[in-house]
Design a protein around this ligand. Structure first.
Ligand code: ZN
Length: 138
């Protein structure tokens, strides 16, 4: 999506954004106990370890929550009209559920519902990074 505002990359978040640029969804995982966590943080909430791994996940999940936005807070989104912001709960992770704040493309007010099964897709931001978004499973 040309013109999509870029996130601020930090040493902690850069692997997530750069993998998305390669159309891969990486979720941070504890290097000691294996607990997944998102957004990326320096320490594991389960065991306190500072050992960080990254795990490429399948990127399938379900809509946990969503809202339709009528008044965008970022100027870029004004061109989208009314759009959704959704929380996606990923499948196949360890520990507390991993939830990603994103959006679901290819849905309307009737088809976007809590529990909708989705898979990850990627909206390129520039040549290096992309925004993980979601689309309904067929
Ligand atoms: Zn841990």
């Amino acid at each position: 999506m040309p013109g999509l505002p870029a996130p601020g990359l930090s040493p902690m978040s850069a692997p997530y954004w750069r993998a998305a640029g390669e159309r891969r969804l990486l979720i941070q995982r504890c290097g000691d106990c294996g607990t997944h966590r998102h957004p990326p943080t320096p320490a594991c909430y389960a065991c306190g370890s500072l050992a960080i791994d990254w795990d490429e996940v399948a990127g399938t999940g379900r809509v946990y929550s969503f809202v339709w936005t009528h008044r965008p807070v970022v100027e870029f989104f004004e061109n989208l009209g009314v759009y959704n912001v959704a929380v996606i709960e990923l499948g196949g992770t360890e520990g507390e559920p991993v939830r990603i704040l994103s959006r679901v493309n290819g849905v309307d007010r009737d088809s976007l519902v809590v529990g909708l099964e989705v898979r990850v897709d990627f909206d390129p931001i520039d040549d290096e990074i992309a925004l993980p978004v979601f689309v309904p499973l067929p």
